[in-house]
Design a protein around this ligand. Structure first.
Ligand code: GA4
Length: 306
């Protein structure tokens, strides 16, 4: 069995988005060093968050037979204990939604309305964070075409972004969601205040991420952003293990490009000293590679050039 250690001496930086130039530097540093950060003063109205949290709570408290009607989870719907297609299991039930998908129609008008309102608000936040990142990477650029090079992929009407609701029962530390990286560009996560998220700072060393402050979003770099920054930003392994009498609820928005979008290193980030680390691919190609493998498999190495 692999040896592992839980450490508690790293704080995920909390970044105030109301100070854009400071935020830009702090975001770059956090993405390079940890792959994770939290944002406050993010502009997502509390009412929008409360509404969808309430709908998610109501959904998970329904009887199993009723929840099953929103399933199976592949590609979108309700799932319980099974994650993905390759036999990964976890102490979790969840709902996967594609905002553009007709699967949303199996839910009540209330649910749909709250979910769409939330998606619009977090999409806006994801785009703002991506614009601030680009500014930090290449400097302010008056040309909106260049400064929105990442956010454009999310704003695209064919963006493949998804929304996931997770419900982890009270547990004595069993794995709810096994270790993995997120395949997309950026993940925006909220939780109900119960702990459980851990990030891997080095092989076998895990650091719990405190769920506070409650108003914050926890943001992490996905594989695609690692490729687009030529490895400067890190898509870091994380997992969920609840050790509490309280159940954990979380909502994750995975900001993704359209399936046909070409993913490659951003202009200027591959140089003679640091040539491109990855070959270009389409998001559809990468998604296929991720979804046909195990949760914890490394997939970026399938696309490395060196
Ligand atoms: C991890 C991030 C998202 O939750 C997710 C997951 C997806 C799933 O649950 O079906 C995957 C996992 C995630 C990565 C590898 C594949 C696909 C399970 C799995 C074994 C919805 C996603 O996009 O990738």
């Amino acid at each position: 069995m692999k040896m592992e250690k839980i450490r508690d001496d790293i704080e995920v930086p909390i970044i105030d988005l109301s100070n854009r130039s400071e935020a830009s530097k702090q975001i770059i540093k956090a993405c390079e060093e940890l792959g994770f950060f939290k944002v406050i003063n993010h502009g997502v109205p509390q009412e929008i968050i409360s509404q969808i949290e309430e709908e998610a709570r109501a959904f998970f408290s329904k009887p199993g037979s009723e929840k099953m009607r929103a399933g199976p989870p592949n590609p979108y719907g309700y799932g319980c204990k099974n994650i993905g297609l390759k036999g990964d299991v976890g102490e979790v039930e969840y709902l996967l939604l594609h905002p553009n998908s007709p699967f949303l129609s199996t839910h009540s008008d209330h649910f749909r309305c709250a979910a769409m309102g939330y998606v619009e608000a977090v999409k806006k936040l994801a785009c703002e964070i991506l614009d601030v990142m680009v500014e930090g990477l290449v400097g302010p650029d008056p040309n909106p075409k260049r400064s929105s090079v990442l956010s454009r992929l999310i704003r695209d009407s064919e963006s493949d972004s998804i929304l996931r609701f997770n419900h982890y029962p009270p547990s004595d530390g069993r794995i709810g969601f096994g270790e993995h990286t997120d395949p997309q560009i950026l993940t925006l996560l909220r939780s109900n205040g119960a702990q459980g998220l851990q990030i891997s700072v080095e092989d076998g060393v895990w650091v719990p991420v405190s769920p506070h402050p409650h108003s914050a979003f926890c943001v992490n770099v996905g594989d695609v952003l690692q490729v687009m920054t030529n490895g400067r930003f890190m898509s870091v392994r994380h997992r969920v293990a609840v050790q509490s009498y309280k159940s954990r609820m979380s909502m994750a928005y995975f900001a993704a490009p359209p399936l046909h979008a070409t993913i490659g290193c951003l202009p200027g980030l591959a140089t003679a000293e640091k040539p491109a680390l990855f070959r270009s691919f389409s998001w559809g190609e990468y998604k296929e590679a991720a979804f046909t493998r195990r949760l914890g498999d490394s997939r970026l190495n399938l696309f490395t050039l060196l």
